[in-house]
Design a protein around this ligand. Structure first.
Ligand code: PMP
Length: 322
């Protein structure tokens, strides 16, 4: 018997309304028609690369701003290069498709865009060669998913970060997110909001799906790209903001115990945005409150992404025609 689909009046966070569209195999289709086979290689083996992109609604300007579209699609192509997945478009074409997609969806609220390039052949056999590549992108309404004002409690995960010689973290590979999912569920089920994941060597790498900054003695510290992090776009933004306000940044390996004695800490990423961390492993970070440097960077970031700071206009692509 075919069950009738009952949809709740209020959509769960991250779900698509029926009015949403997707771009799949070269054309736009309503989201409910955007389907792939159960035999799809990427579904069976995690052989896909993806991005998470935000678009911010500015109610005063009645404008939706795509954030860092060029940077995200450049990274998608780099991820694909590692995984031998060819994305069938240039970065400029991908940006154009995304603007078209968001216009079709017609969102007048914050949104999240998810492009995925994947091994699409419906065949059994673990490999990367001699397979077809597919590409899709869809967009859903999306607000904050971490309490960005209050600060979050984190713990050091018992799971270690995947290594560059096992599953390269700098390629945003669909299959590698089992590592993030293991860490995230362990953290939440133990009563923490987020995990901090260490490298095999025991250095601080990053959050489950976010990069990490510490403040020590008025200086920002963040792990290097070679400590198995995703080379985050917001991480780069934080460094630019730091340079603009004259804050020194040191990129170096970080020990676990530095998490316990630093003055301030925050996670950053497209999803978490700037999320202050106020405790790690039951130890207060600084005074256990959101610190002044974190507040300052956060304010600049949130103004920038909503098109309220002219200095950072280059981060944004307006979706609707003026
Ligand atoms: N690390 C991981 C593992 C992530 O999934 C993300 C989110 N894309 C980040 C860091 C932050 O990257 P970005 O700032 O580019 O969103």
């Amino acid at each position: 018997m075919v069950q009738e689909l009952v949809r709740p009046a209020k959509l769960p966070r991250g779900a698509a309304p029926d009015s949403a569209w997707a771009y799949l195999d070269g054309k736009f289709v309503p989201i409910r028609e955007a389907k792939i086979s159960v035999m799809t290689h990427g579904f069976n083996y995690g052989t896909g690369v993806f991005e998470g992109i935000r678009a911010y609604w500015n109610a005063e300007q009645e404008q939706l701003y795509g954030l860092h579209l060029h940077e995200h699609y450049s990274r998608l192509l780099r991820s694909g290069k590692i995984m031998r997945i060819r994305v069938p478009h240039t970065v400029d074409e991908l940006v154009g498709i995304t603007v078209d997609l968001l216009r079709r969806c017609g969102y007048r609220e914050d949104a999240y865009v998810r492009p995925v390039a994947y091994k699409s052949s419906p065949v059994i056999g673990v490999r990367l060669h001699n397979l077809e590549d597919g590409f899709t992108v869809f967009a859903v309404p999306f607000g904050n998913y971490i309490d960005i004002d209050k600060g979050i409690a984190c713990h050091v995960s018992s799971w270690r970060r995947v290594d560059d010689n096992a599953i390269p973290a700098r390629s945003k590979i669909t299959g590698s997110y089992v590592n993030a999912a293991l860490a995230k569920s362990e953290a939440e089920e133990a009563g923490f909001a987020e995990a901090i994941v260490l490298t095999q060597e025991g250095h601080v790498s990053e959050g489950s799906a976010a990069n990490l900054f510490l403040v020590r003695d008025g200086k920002l510290l963040t792990p290097p790209a070679t400590d198995n992090i995703l080379e985050g776009i917001v991480r780069g933004n934080v460094m630019r903001i730091a340079a603009d306000i004259g804050l020194p940044v040191e990129v170096r390996s970080i020990d676990r115990t530095e998490l316990y004695i630093c003055d301030e800490m925050f996670m950053c990423g497209t999803g978490v945005q700037i999320s202050p961390v106020t405790s790690v492993d039951h130890r207060d970070v600084g005074a256990g409150e959101v610190g002044p440097i974190t507040k300052r960077i956060s304010k600049i970031y949130f103004d920038a992404v909503r098109g309220k700071d002219a200095r950072y206009k280059d981060w944004l692509t307006p979706v609707y025609k003026a």
